[in-house]
Design a protein around this ligand. Structure first.
Ligand code: SF4
Ligand code: SF4
Length: 172
């Protein structure tokens, strides 16, 4: 039986290379160390950071940033960042993919609401008085006040800068 041909979409890989954090996908050697520490992978078979990286290496744009992509199941815990022996920083590749999905307008609809909340209050969810009461009952300290003016400034500066033009410190 003839072997199935694997076609790599280098055009999509180039696109990913240009987004902050995206180009580290090139260093993945598929060892699975990130999977071993990933809480999302433990929770569901639909999410696996090694598979995300494999798809990135193959340039599978549709599977990664199309509708219903599993990238949104990542919890942003950064455990994979600590564990990866190749300095791939899988979480940052995933964030780069999320930015591409936002550009393509395939991000989940509720994301816009979360972003709005962050811009207005500095928090992704509304903290009601009931939440504060519960925190008190549990002996937790009061939540810190968010410096909204500073946040607004950061968001304005961020908006003025295109995601593809941002670089991590030390990146060429
Ligand atoms: S991202 Fe890192 S830890 Fe995960 S499979 Fe690739 S090389 Fe291994
Ligand atoms: S940041 Fe995302 S991919 Fe990395 S270990 Fe946490 S849940 Fe998994």
């Amino acid at each position: 039986m003839p072997k199935e041909k694997v076609v790599v979409d280098f055009r999509f890989r180039e696109k990913l290379n240009k987004i902050t954090g995206g180009k580290h996908h090139n260093y993945c050697y598929q060892c699975s160390a990130c999977v071993a520490v990933c809480p999302a992978a433990r929770f569901t078979d639909e999410f696996n950071p090694r598979i995300i990286l494999l798809k990135a290496l193959l340039g599978m744009e549709e599977a990664l940033i199309g509708e219903d992509s599993p990238i949104w199941l990542c919890t942003n815990c950064y455990s994979c960042y600590e564990r990866c022996p190749q300095d791939v920083r899988p979480i940052e590749v995933i964030i780069a993919l999320k930015n591409l999905a936002v550009e393509r307008e395939t991000a989940p609809a509720n994301l816009a609401k979360l972003s709005e909340n962050i811009a207005e209050t500095g928090m992704s969810v509304t903290v009601s008085s009931a939440v504060n009461r519960r925190r008190q009952e549990l002996g937790l300290p009061p939540l810190k006040t968010i410096p909204l003016e500073e946040l607004k400034k950061i968001l304005e500066e961020d908006e003025a800068e295109e995601p593809s033009s941002k670089k991590r410190k030390g990146e060429p």
